[in-house]
Every structure is written in C-alpha cells, then in structure tokens.
Design a protein around this ligand. Structure first.
Ligand code: SF4
Length: 302
C-alpha cells in the first residue's frame, strides 16, 4: 500500500495523494497541533526512491489520474531537486493536468524567487498556503512563523511563476478581542495579492478526547491562562461577513469548504460578493434561538 498524506484539501479528494514528508517540521502554531493529534508527532522526509515506489503502486490503482497532491504539511522541505525528480516521475507516469501541494510561507520564502520558477517549470500548478491572518501581531502570538511582508513577497514570486495561490483564512484567530483587526488585515493582504482561491476555516481548540484521542490543541493552555479570549460562534459569522465586505473587485474565488463553517458561502468576489453577503445577512436575521440551535447542530470537527 502506498503511504498517503494524513490531511488534504477537500477539493483534492479525487487526486493522487503522494506522501513526500511525514508530519509538520514547524509544528509550533498554537492554534494547530493537528499532526501530533492525528498520531504523527514527528517530522521526517521520505526518500525519493520510496516515493517513486508509491507512485508505481498508485499507477496500478488509478492509471489515468489527472490531478495529484503532495503532502504532508511541508512537502517542499526536501528541496527543489527532490521536487523536480518526483514531479517528473509523476508526469511521466500519469496524464497530470494539475499538480498541487501544501506549502509554508517560510519555506517558499527561503527557497526564493528563482527556485519557485524551477518548481513551476517542473509542473507545480498550485500551492495551498495557510495565510490564517494578515495581522503581524496575531501571527506572532500564534507562532505561525511568517509575516505579512513575507506573504506579499512570496505571492508576487508565485504569480510571476504562474503558480496559483490557495490561501486559508482562519476565522476566530484574533479571538473576541482582536477580531476586527484580524479580519481587516487578512482582507488587506488578500486585496493586495489577489490569490486565485481563499478557503475559509473556523478555529476550533479541540480537546484530547476528540475522536482521534491525540494531544489537545496547544491553544487551550492559553485560553485557560487567560491569554486568549475565544470568539463566539456568532462572532465568526460576523468575521466572515466583514471579510467578504472588505474584499475589492477581485477575481478570487472564496469558499467555505469545511463543515465547521456556520454559514457556507462560495463565489467569485467580483461576481458573487453581494449574493454571499445577502446569504449571511439572511442567516443573521433569523431569530436568536434558531441561530443558537444552528451553531449547536453544526458543532466542530477536524
Ligand atoms: S498550521 Fe501548518 S505549519 Fe503550523 S503547525 Fe499546523 S501544519 Fe504546521
């Protein structure tokens, strides 16, 4: 059996899943801890030979696959040469039309512009990047290891190379105290960089007794110590509204493609912004008891 990444973007459900690294090398974001929680506490790089063997096995299962996704959290860590070899092997074996991966901002930033051009020439079409917030202080508190300036720079390099950007924004990351700043700065960065996609997630500080039984979210420690004041469910809906309202006439496709989102809206901002806002406002106009029942019904999951 080929090893497969533990986590993948929802839209890659039908893609070849190729595991290049195991876990997350950084593993420090306070809001995350997800790989340890799912049973992968360490980080390791798989050899190119191992990965090629997996690709051979995948070929037997899905000979005509046209899309592929590389994981786990930071599959560009092994470096450009390894990526080029894996991408070439994949493209020789399959009629690949779209090759994507997760990528940390700091990893892309260390690679620099020229290496990103090489990734593009090797066939990398899109990167899934945790933007999380656009606010430097919030990113620092959560130990994300990236700054808005780094995001601006790598976004320009990616655009120049023709690699699509899929950003993830995490509602609730500023807590109740800084939510407006969190969203305003996220909107500012999105307006400045105009990514192809923005995917909306909602912060959930999970406990150790979630279905996976791994360690709890590191953020719970900060909540207990009074260092983080969690956002309310309704607050995250207001965050979503503010985010969409603040985005300019972008061609960016925004989607709430995770079950934790209390209101699910999707659309291209320059075409569907008003429809998305109308849907959120219709939800907010429901009686309070209905909204509260809805928050309970949606619940939280990984
Ligand atoms: S958010 Fe990403 S970079 Fe941060 S710890 Fe989680 S997987 Fe690693």
């Amino acid at each position: 059996m080929p090893e497969i990444p533990i986590i993948r973007p929802p839209n890659e459900w039908n893609s070849l899943l190729v595991r290049v690294t195991r876990g997350c090398k950084w593993n420090r974001c306070r809001f995350c801890g997800i790989y340890p929680h799912l049973g992968e506490p360490g980080f390791s790089i798989r050899s190119v030979a191992e990965i090629k063997r997996d690709i051979d096995l995948l070929k037997l299962q899905h000979p005509n696959a046209e899309t592929a996704f590389l994981g786990d959290a930071d599959p560009l860590q092994p470096g450009v040469d390894a990526f080029v070899e894996i991408a070439r092997y994949l493209r020789n074996a399959f009629p690949i039309k779209r090759l994507t991966c997760y990528a940390r901002v700091s990893t892309l930033w260390k690679l620099r512009k020229d290496a990103i051009q090489i990734l593009a020439r090797a066939g990398l079409n899109r990167v899934h990047i945790g933007l999380e917030s656009g606010d430097a202080e919030i990113l620092r508190f959560h130990r994300k290891g990236q700054t808005p300036e780094m995001v601006r720079e790598i976004a320009a390099w990616l655009k120049d190379a023709g690699i699509e950007i899929s950003f993830y924004v995490l509602l609730g990351l500023g807590g109740r105290d800084h939510w407006q700043r969190h969203i305003q700065e996220a909107a500012r960065l999105i307006n400045e960089t105009e990514p192809e996609f923005v995917r909306i997630r909602r912060l959930w500080p999970y406990e150790s007794n979630s279905p996976f039984s791994g360690p709890e979210s590191p953020l719970l420690h900060e909540i207990r110590n009074g260092n983080f004041n969690p956002q309310t469910p309704e607050g995250t809906v207001l965050e979503l509204r503010l985010l969409i309202k603040q985005l300019h006439e972008l061609s960016t496709f925004v989607t709430c493609d995770h079950g934790n989102n209390y209101v699910q809206v999707s659309g291209r901002i320059n075409e569907d912004k008003q429809t998305m806002l109308t849907k959120i406002d219709a939800f907010l106009a429901l009686p309070e008891s209905d909204r509260e029942a809805h928050y309970l019904a949606v619940g939280s999951r990984i």
